[in-house]
Design a protein around this ligand. Structure first.
Ligand code: NIG
Ligand code: FE
Length: 427
């Protein structure tokens, strides 16, 4: 009997220390060697994959994998679609507190930048993060990562940026490191974002604050191995290119990658800086001139699209057609944060990228799997279903990948595996 889409039988990860097989009615591999112009996602119908010791050992059509003599049993039969675990390339996940009052003001017409200039916004979250104990912050982050996993997410980039003093930024990075040791949570990629806003004690001197970050805080963070990337918020009411450059150049000199918030409210030249530093991504890009797009394309910098933020800020989309035409890789993140993107849902961001930005479903799936993994330095770890990568998978109770961008706000991942082990399952 064929089970209806959404139903499934078996145990998707019986024992991670041995070989087992997952069969899927439809498998979205995101493997470029299987992709074609008419099938950019490299889909296999009636597929099976073999997991061994947490890694993907083989992928193919069911009859190829389960050939006579293969000595394999199907542990789990997915009646719907299976995809790589989703990869969220941009989050501000380690935060506590709530900015609900500010949100209400903004929804009634209040201006985000004006609220920030009056001491709200990022600095309001800074007060909450500074007041939280390390334990409270780590617990909030772990809970958030667990909820993200339940939405199909198996890897998350997580930024500091709500501490804005040396110790509080470290507290955020240490919470990320602690979560990163938990194999039952999504894998976590830490990003240092001390240049997120100017703390009140800096008395308005952005250059001096950035100088301290570059000379002192950042080298210590790098020496402690607490960050893989460094970010800076480069915009008209945030840091200028000249203020951010010393920090980002220092990051490169210390062997760290760079990913930058640029062009959220105005093009102040951040894209060119990102390109000149060989950044992994330039994020937001609602405002970017053609020369900035060309620079990103030449340098191979991915555009991290954050449609939840532009939705809550009532902004026009980034110049998607021009980015696409220039060949800039498009990735999509949730931007999960307590201000501009009050969600933890990458599937919601994908839905908005399709609805508001006109991306195709294939673009958003690749932008939240293979391309996102590549931008986070995880191309050899996850982001696709192919032999050799870790078995990070989302098993959906949906018949087709097109449906992943439809059920807004409802978790539809049936089981989520990291390293071949279940990290989330729907009861
Ligand atoms: O990506 N624009 C800067 N940073 C965040 C917002 C953070 C906040 O409002 O707390 C963003 O939109
Ligand atoms: Fe952000």
């Amino acid at each position: 009997m064929t089970a209806p889409p959404g139903a499934a039988q078996g145990d998707p990860a019986p024992r991670a220390d041995r070989r087992f097989v997952i069969a899927a009615r439809r498998l979205v591999t995101c493997d470029p060697s299987r992709a074609s112009a008419s099938d950019p996602l490299g889909v296999i119908e009636d597929a099976a994959l073999v997991v061994r010791d947490g890694a993907i050992e083989a992928v193919g059509r069911r009859q190829e994998i389960l050939h006579p003599g293969a000595d394999l049993e199907i542990a789990f039969e997915a009646a719907g679609v299976v995809t790589p675990g989703l990869v969220d390339c941009h989050t501000h996940a380690p935060w506590v507190g709530s900015r609900d009052a500010e949100y209400a003001v903004r929804m009634a017409g209040g201006d985000y930048e004006a609220i920030a200039a009056a001491g709200g916004g990022i600095v309001a979250s800074m007060r909450a993060v500074r007041a939280a104990t390390a334990g409270e912050l780590a617990a909030a982050l772990r809970a958030r990562l667990r909820r993200m996993a339940a939405l199909g997410v198996t890897a998350v980039e997580a930024k500091s940026g709500y501490g804005l003093d040396e110790a509080s930024e470290r507290k955020q990075l240490e919470a990320i490191a602690e979560a990163g040791e938990d194999a039952r949570l999504p894998r976590v990629v830490p990003t240092y974002l001390a240049l997120h806003a100017l703390p009140p004690e800096a008395a308005g001197d952005r250059a001096a604050y950035a100088g301290v970050v570059a000379r002192s805080w950042l080298p210590a963070v790098a020496a402690a191995g607490l960050a893989r990337y460094v970010d800076a918020y480069i915009d008209r009411s945030a840091f200028s290119v000249d203020e951010a450059r010393p920090v980002l150049e220092r990051a490169r000199a210390l062997g760290l990658g760079v990913r930058v918030h640029v062009g959220q409210f105005a093009d102040v030249g951040g894209a060119a800086l990102a390109a000149s530093l060989g950044a992994a991504s330039a994020d937001h890009l609602e405002h970017v001139a053609p020369e900035g797009i060309e620079a990103l394309a030449r340098a191979g910098v991915a555009a991290a699209l954050l449609p939840v933020a532009s939705f809550t800020l009532r902004q026009d989309p980034p110049p998607i057609a021009a980015l696409r035409a220039a060949g800039v890789p498009l990735i999509v993140g949730s931007d999960a944060n307590p201000g501009t993107a009050p969600t933890e849902s990458l599937p919601l961001a994908l839905a908005l990228a399709v609805r508001l930005y006109g991306l195709t479903v294939a673009e958003v799936i690749l932008g939240a799997t293979r391309e996102a993994a590549r931008s986070l330095g995880l191309a050899d770890v996850c982001g696709a279903v192919r032999a050799g990568l870790r078995a990070d998978l989302a098993i959906w109770d949906l018949p087709h990948e097109n449906a992943i961008v439809q059920p807004w706000g409802t978790p539809r991942a049936q089981a989520v595996l990291r390293d071949g082990e279940i990290i989330a399952v729907r009861g």
